[in-house]
Write a protein that binds this ligand. Structure first.
Ligand SMILES: Cc1cc2nc3c(=O)[nH]c(=O)nc-3n(C[C@H](O)[C@H](O)[C@H](O)COP(=O)(O)O)c2cc1C
Length: 312
């Protein structure tokens, strides 16, 4: 089973990816959060610089609905030695979909088809796609797949939810099976709610051929998840010392990179929304972390949590 780390805007940054690879590892492919500006701003460039991604396999992700922009960004990415880029057809956020980007692009299949024709014709790099299964209705999926059938998609990562479902309800595993039937030549990767050995087994019960899964929130909540899935043993978990060293490395690198305490704490608090779930009864400790207004207060709150809370 190949395991991928999902792109998560603002969270799975190169700083997170490097720390994850050093303390946990086991990830076959990492994806950058989406790049959306054709000139590529400093933050986006930082994500793809080879020196920020040494020793790990990384695929840069692009979010746009304009073929000229996609090709412009791809050409820049090619200069850094990448072989593949990933197209985001999954982002469900209103500001993105209202402009027919991300999952919103799925609502205009003819325009999507023309876009794909042009990028697959002209791109200097291979293109993989990360997709939802429609906007409003499950009936959209087969038509979307009939469009994907026409292109040499390097890999299709499927998060089988509709845009309107956001991150709620249960993923439609049967839609993944439909894709496997309709696109037998294209390597598929399953994404959505794989958070434990049990959820992976539930997926395999429905889709025994699955050979690749991408995980996002599951890994953020429980960084030992990759090791647990690779060893088929839910008891495999890291020590508090490892988790603390992992946290400290992320904190130190954000502190060195960001302009001041507030933006660094903002990043760390976002991470704690997930990481706190590694611990038993961590609610009141998480509140203290969220309240911290400077490094001293933050470190005190984090150290208290590490000292007083047991891992789940
Ligand atoms: C905070 C957040 C940010 C995300 N950012 C991206 C992104 O930049 N690109 C993308 O393709 N998906 C993004 N996603 C979706 C995830 O990659 C993934 O598809 C989704 O969380 C389902 O997988 P999971 O259940 O394993 O988390 C984001 C999700 C969350 C919650």
């Amino acid at each position: 089973m190949k395991l991928y780390l999902a792109p998560m805007e603002g969270i799975t940054t190169y700083i997170y990816r490097n720390a994850y690879a050093r303390y946990f590892g086991g990830i076959d492919k990492y994806f950058t959060p989406f790049i959306a500006s054709k000139k590529m701003n400093r933050r986006e460039l930082n994500e793809i610089l080879p020196e920020h991604n040494a020793g790990i396999v990384v695929v840069p992700q692009i979010l746009t609905n304009r073929a000229d922009e996609f090709l412009q960004i791809t050409e820049k990415i090619a200069e850094y030695g990448y072989e593949t880029v990933n197209l985001n057809l999954g982002c469900p956020s209103g500001t993105v979909t209202s402009r027919k980007r991300g999952a919103g692009f799925l609502s205009v299949p003819d325009a999507l088809d023309s876009f794909l024709y042009e990028i697959y014709d002209k791109s200097p790099l291979k293109i993989s796609i990360k997709t939802r299964i429609g906007m409003e209705s499950l009936d959209e999926w087969e038509h979307i797949l009939s469009i994907y059938q026409k292109y040499p998609i390097e890999e299709l990562i499927i998060h089988p939810r509709l845009q309107k479902e956001l991150y709620k309800f249960t993923p439609h595993k049967e839609a993944y099976l439909t894709a496997a039937k309709m696109l037998p030549e294209i390597p598929l990767c399953y994404n959505g709610d794989i958070t434990s050995e049990r959820s992976l087994q539930a997926l395999l019960a429905v889709s025994p051929q699955t050979s690749c899964v991408m995980m996002g929130r599951g890994i953020l909540r429980n960084p030992s998840l990759t090791a647990q899935l690779k060893k088929s043993d839910s008891q495999t978990r890291c020590t508090k010392d490892t988790l603390k060293a992992f946290h400290n490395e992320i904190f130190d690198n954000y502190a060195a990179q960001m302009a001041g305490e507030t933006p660094t704490l903002f990043k760390m608090k976002d991470l704690w929304t997930y990481l706190s779930e590694s611990f038993q009864e961590s609610d009141k400790y998480l509140k203290k972390i969220r309240k911290a207004s400077g490094y001293a207060e933050y470190k005190l709150a984090v150290n208290t949590l590490f000292r007083e809370c047991e891992l789940k």
